[in-house]
Design a binder for this molecule. Structure first.
Ligand SMILES: *[C@@H]1O[C@H](CO)[C@@H](O)[C@H](O)[C@H]1NC(C)=O
Ligand SMILES: *[C@@H]1O[C@H](CO)[C@@H](O)[C@H](O)[C@H]1NC(C)=O
Ligand SMILES: *[C@@H]1O[C@H](CO)[C@@H](O)[C@H](O)[C@H]1NC(C)=O
Ligand SMILES: *[C@@H]1O[C@H](CO)[C@@H](O)[C@H](O)[C@H]1NC(C)=O
Ligand SMILES: *[C@@H]1O[C@H](CO)[C@@H](O)[C@H](O)[C@H]1NC(C)=O
Ligand SMILES: *[C@@H]1O[C@H](CO)[C@@H](O)[C@H](O)[C@H]1NC(C)=O
Ligand SMILES: *[C@@H]1O[C@H](CO)[C@@H](O)[C@H](O)[C@H]1NC(C)=O
Length: 692
């Protein structure tokens, strides 16, 4: 070791000399560079001066809402590769916490996720894709912590109101049933549960939930409250029972600062949802900066990204606000974006349960801008230091506004004290975003950093992340390049016969209401299952219609065809097919497009330029026997043609509505409708009919 060390010192001195000769133009960040004018400031790393808080992990959210919708339809091979980048330890992001939405049948940003109890009398745990994702995460990392949170609730929870806590016992029962099924049906233990995403909380409900969890054997499932800002801190400080019910205060988009009352509670402080920024280099910069500074400025010990993966149609809100991107189940193409590697800089070298060092003794701001945090294991024989030098322009997050600051290139002297004086060298992992015209470098293992008399010097550039660590297990995992991107298929045909019951149809992305494959009279159909307006999270459900979208938003010409049957009990009043649907998400209620509605009970059809039917294009009479019928709408070369059971009902010019958008199917009201034999064709398929 000694001679190795000595050799290394000689080597470093040679490099320094060379660096002088060649004017340090290409020097790497960890090379010593002395300058009379630039006396490096010293950063001390010492565990004998008190300690900071305990690290509780970095995570990401699937849901809130439907953000993994397209991922589940990927080919098995690419799906597994993507899951490795996200969850596999010492591979990519190596996530430590996985947070999912407890589906509530309502729009929760980029779609709806199915509830395990659409109605009080129905219960099923085979719906949606979160169960599958939870298992995949746990399979890759048995130590990953699981966290669940409702964004909204099915209507019956509100008992005629929009308050989900009107009957605290009923709501707690609804949530604990989900947690209990996770255990009994999937052997998944929920480590954390939340209250109601970014909406009101109820103190009686939180206490009731705690009690019910304890009564049913889930005393280890801890409550994070309240997924808003820090307001619950004041309630916690006034109410001992509430304080003992809540494990940690979870704040959304804290902007790296927590409140004084929150710190005073002594509770762990979490950024229980953060990031939400377009995942280019700037998004990576945002994520790297907040992962450090949420602790440096706010003493937050856990930060969770919304979202896990951008796996929803690109024109839905907040596209690519995930750690990586996968929107092409038809091609298998995906992209590993910079936030994956920014995450790895911490997660691969700091397990949950390590301790931050004290402010000024391993944690703080760098002299010329940027920040650093240090963490150590319980026996203090391991040390990880994460340094970031993100510039203002290159690390803005979507929210909140980032006050201006400057960062300059700098050299710092690192001085190890206390338990760390034994450390002679550290592994160096390096990233640079490359926004100043330099080459982007992501999570590169560099030459070790050696300490002489417990000291080493480090040269820092701009927009860099450097991890110095005694942990040797870091690894930059990789899979072969994914298949190249391909256009959305020209034909999607689905009769739902190949599905496991309760699954959501592939590609069709519910924005209001919920589609679920069920066996009805011996046939698999896609049933719209939501019967009443949910306790909603955003305004989408004000439309009181349901809609599921599909396709390429750029398309102008397409044909949507589907058969439908409306059950006599709890059926909807009408169904539609639509083209050129211009928007989804919380704004779905204002969607424009061409909507062909059929109302069998009223013997009527209506063609409208919007979902809400405020711009009627044409309408007419139609006589339909009860039972199954086929409805189709084709928009091509400026004309919309509607047919029922192959009989043309109208042909109108399409001027005045949106010019392009998705295809869609949906219902006029909440209520059952059974869809089958779905057929969707794009512009090429219409142009070259004989070929398709
Ligand atoms: C849910 O659906 C699955 C698949 O059809 C079925 O096996 C299960 O018994 C149902 N009920 C519950 C409570 O999960
Ligand atoms: C359930 O999970 C635990 C740990 O997560 C594991 O030890 C156990 O073997 C699993 N049980 C079954 C039946 O798979
Ligand atoms: C930051 O970005 C703004 C707007 O893009 C630009 O005007 C400004 O010059 C940039 N500042 C720096 C320091 O790059
Ligand atoms: C969507 O359609 C546009 C216009 O035809 C095309 O340029 C684009 O590549 C398509 N994208 C996908 C993913 O299909
Ligand atoms: C559904 O489609 C598949 C594949 O096209 C076909 O093999 C099957 O016969 C169809 N089933 C029904 C019930 O139409
Ligand atoms: C749209 O497609 C359906 C299903 O293939 C077909 O029956 C219908 O005739 C098409 N519409 C037009 C106007 O060609
Ligand atoms: C129809 O809805 C009522 C309550 O609104 C419910 O009691 C009944 O079970 C439902 N029937 C079916 C077939 O879903």
């Amino acid at each position: 070791m000694d001679s190795f060390n000595a050799l290394a010192v000689v080597f470093i001195l040679q490099v320094v000399a060379l660096a002088f000769v060649y004017n340090t133009k290409h020097s790497s960040p960890y090379v010593r560079a002395y300058s009379i004018h630039d006396q490096p400031e010293t950063l001390v790393f010492d565990d004998t001066q008190g300690l900071g808080r305990e690290f509780e992990g970095i995570g990401a959210i699937s849901g809130g809402g439907a953000t993994s919708k397209l991922l589940v339809n990927y080919p098995e091979k690419q799906r597994n590769e993507i899951l490795d980048y996200l969850f596999k330890p010492n591979f990519g992001a190596s996530l430590q916490i996985f947070k999912v939405e407890i589906g509530g049948d309502m729009q929760s940003t980029d779609g709806t996720e199915a509830s395990h109890m659409h109605n009080q009398w129905d219960e099923n745990y085979s719906r949606g894709y979160e169960w599958w994702l939870l298992q995949e995460a746990k399979k890759r990392n048995p130590n990953i912590k699981l966290y669940c949170l409702p964004w909204g609730f099915p209507g019956w929870i509100g008992q005629g109101t929009t308050n989900p806590f009107v009957n605290p016992k009923q709501t707690a029962d609804y949530v604990v049933r989900w947690i209990s099924a996770a255990k009994t049906q999937y052997n998944l233990t929920m480590d954390f549960v939340g209250i109601w995403n970014e909406r009101m909380y109820s103190i009686p409900y939180i206490k009731t939930l705690r009690k019910m969890l304890d009564d049913r054997g889930f005393h280890k499932t801890l409550i994070i409250a309240a997924d808003k800002k820090w307001e619950i801190a004041t309630d916690i400080s006034k109410d001992e029972d509430l304080a003992s019910a809540v494990h940690a205060i979870g704040c959304h988009y804290p902007g790296t600062y927590s409140s004084a009352p929150a710190k005073k509670t002594g509770k762990p402080l979490w950024a229980s949802e953060d990031y939400s920024t377009f995942n280019n280099e700037v998004g990576g910069g945002c994520w790297a900066r907040i992962l450090n500074q949420n602790y440096v400025n706010g003493e937050m010990t856990s930060t969770i990204s919304w979202n896990l993966i951008g796996s929803y149609y690109p024109q839905l809100p907040f596209f690519r606000d995930g750690l990586m991107t996968a929107t092409q189940p038809w091609s298998g193409h995906y992209v590993v974006n910079t936030p994956i590697w920014m995450t790895a800089h911490t997660t691969q070298f700091v397990p949950i349960g390590w301790q931050y060092l004290a402010q000024g003794y391993g944690v703080g701001k760098l002299p010329k801008g940027g920040s650093y945090v240090s963490l150590s294991n319980p026996s203090f024989d391991q040390l990880t230091i994460v340094i970031e030098t993100m510039t203002h322009n290159h690390s803005k997050c979507i929210r909140p506004n980032l006050p201006y600051y400057t960062v300059q290139p700098q050299t710092v002297k690192l001085k190890l004290q206390g338990s760390f004086i034994k450390i002679e060298k550290m592994n160096v992992w390096y990233s640079k975003l490359g926004l100043d015209g330099s080459t982007q470098q992501m999570f590169i293992k560099k030459q070790d950093l050696f300490f002489q008399n417990n000291e080493a010097e480090l040269k820092l550039g701009l927009d860099e992340v450097i991890t110095l660590t005694t942990v040797d297990s870091g690894r930059k995992g990789s899979h072969p390049d994914p298949p190249v991107a391909q256009p959305f298929p020209q034909v999607v045909a689905d009769n739902f016969s190949g599905y496991v019951e309760h699954q959501e149809p592939n590609y069709l992305a519910p924005q209001i209401g919920s589609l679920e494959v069920q066996e009805i009279n011996g046939e698999r159909v896609a049933r719209q299952t939501v019967l009443e307006r949910p306790v909603y999270w955003c305004k989408a459900e004000k439309a009181e219609k349901t809609i599921s979208i599909i396709g390429n938003h750029s398309w102008t010409d397409m044909n949507v065809s589907v058969s439908f049957s409306i059950p006599s009990v709890n059926g909807t009043t009408g169904v539609f097919v639509a083209t050129r649907v211009d928007r989804g998400g919380c704004d779905s209620l204002h969607a424009k497009g061409i909507f062909f509605y059929v109302f069998p009970q009223d013997d009527q059809f209506i063609v409208s330029g919007d979902l809400a039917r405020t711009h009627i294009m044409t309408k007419g009479k139609i006589r339909l026997e009860s039972g199954k019928h086929t409805i189709s709408l084709e928009v091509s070369e400026g004309k919309a043609v509607g047919q029922v059971d192959q009989t043309q009902l109208f042909s109108v010019a399409v001027a005045g509505s949106s010019t392009n958008g998705w295809g869609a199917i949906g219902t006029d009201t909440f209520g059952y409708a059974d869809f089958d034999d779905f057929l969707f064709k794009g512009p090429q398929a219409l142009k070259f009919r004989t070929l398709w």
